[in-house]
Design a protein around this ligand. Structure first.
Ligand code: GLP
Length: 220
């Protein structure tokens, strides 16, 4: 990622929250603090958000993105583009249009959900799914409970950048770690390409680089 940002200092970058990329973001912040990297000119696009959750709510994914990525990397808040958090269809369509007009994403940093979702593109999600409001799947609610302490605290709906936009990113980094991801990582990378496993659609994307730890790939 540091290499990509060095080549393209004004990159448009679609950025996930979640546990998996936190080490990456901390390492980028460390390099920035040491002067080895200057990501201050990139534009950050939020990947997903719980529907209707305002930035001051502790569960706000925008707040998490600011704390873990935008601030530590010295990116001015004016260059953070949130997803339309109310999921209004017109606002989502305008958002996609503006991203297209800007030239699409240069880089997408993605994790993978236990059911193969990317962002909150829950199964089934087609390759041309737009940015939109979605109902969260039961597995996603269970997995997200780990962030907030209880499934009751996880909102039931969310807004996600659509498959169409993220699959068109010039470069995609997919990150997964832990044995609990092994099965879904295999299905995504080696299984049939199907909307039932949205991450399997990455097999058709132009430039995908996958970073796994041993637990997420090794033999059981
Ligand atoms: C969450 C988020 C995704 C994230 C994924 C994996 O539900 N919507 O943006 O990439 O699931 O999360 P984690 O990295 O915590 O396993």
């Amino acid at each position: 990622m540091a290499g990509i940002l060095a080549e393209r200092p004004d990159a448009r970058v679609l950025v996930a929250t979640g546990s998996t990329p936190m080490g990456l973001y901390a390492e980028l912040a460390r390099r920035r603090a040491g002067g080895a990297l200057d990501p201050s000119r990139i534009t950050v696009y939020q990947l997903d958000e719980y529907a209707g959750i305002p930035p001051e709510d502790p569960r706000s994914l925008l707040g998490w993105l600011v704390r873990s990525f935008v601030e530590p990397l010295g990116i001015p808040l004016e260059r953070l583009v949130p997803v339309p958090r109310d999921g209004d269809p017109d606002a989502c369509a305008r958002y996609d249009l503006e991203v297209d007009r800007a030239g699409g994403y240069d880089l997408a940093i993605l994790g993978i959900g236990p059911n193969g979702h990317l962002g909150f593109n829950e199964p089934p999600s087609d390759a041309d799914a737009p940015t939109r409001l979605v109902e969260l799947a039961p597995e996603t609610i269970r997995a997200n409970a780990a962030y907030w302490g209880s499934p009751d605290l996880v909102p039931r709906r969310a807004v996600t950048v659509g498959m169409r936009g993220l699959l068109a990113a010039r470069t995609i980094l997919l990150l997964a770690s832990g044995a609990h991801k092994r099965d879904i990582v295999r299905r995504a990378l080696r299984g049939p390409v199907t909307p039932e496993v949205p991450a399997s659609l990455l097999q058709r994307a132009a430039d995908v680089r996958v970073f796994l730890d041993r637990d997420a790939w090794g033999e059981p």
